[in-house]
Design a protein around this ligand. Sequence first.
Ligand SMILES: [Zn+2]
Length: 268
Amino acid sequence: MRQNNDSGKEDWNSLWRIKAPSRTKHLLWRICRGCLPSRIRLRQYQVPCPSDCQLCGNNNEDDWHVFFDCDTTIQCWRTTGLSDLLEPRLHTFSDVKSLIIDICRSEDRMVAGRFAVMMDVIWKNRNDFIWHNEKEEASKLGMIAFHNWQNWLTAQRFQGRENTHQNITSWNPPMEGWLKWNVDAGFNNHFGPTNRGRCVRGKQGNFIIAGVAWDIGTLSILEAEASALKEAIEGPIALHLTILSSKVILNRLFKASTPITMVDLSLV
Ligand SMILES: [Zn+2]
């Protein structure tokens, strides 16, 4: 016996967290929100269109039939290897939204991602047939969905490596219970002073203390950075904080053949 397992709480976070292309997650969200223009829904809004499923001609075309009940659709799920994921739920849930949310909430994010891509392929195949009279064999749709998801995942992993490489110098918040102290120095070649700034930020990246200072005259890069570092050391001492990690400072000072642009200190 099917049941409506919708507790009234909409767990959209679990939907957006699945590993799938944004378009497919948006499709799931539209289905859950009752926004998908199936024929039955269009007729509810007085759109003059047939009510039967164009793919099989046997049933009214509502969301449940499109994705889980049409002959073509059932074969798709089998060929994509997701039958074990779906079939028990077909007997448990009575509406598409509850089924989708349960999969997103309960299943591995990768598996839920494959499910989302399969849903997208089914919907696209339905649209292609209605609007262009073109459709793929059910056995092919499962393979298309699998390859679409694999290609997307490969692209994400490649992009992730690119981002990792690019973010080597990006700012990261300190650990829980720690503060991060950043300093930097700047030069005004036209007016002469050498400036330096400092800020302390907490776990959320929130500013706790910040300040600026300057020296008359143009210092060398090494002198300016060393001056900023000196204040970075003096600041925590004045605040009765203990420097736990000064290795960064020492490394920077003794390898100062390259300009120092930013130094962080971890404090408690
Ligand atoms: Zn059908």
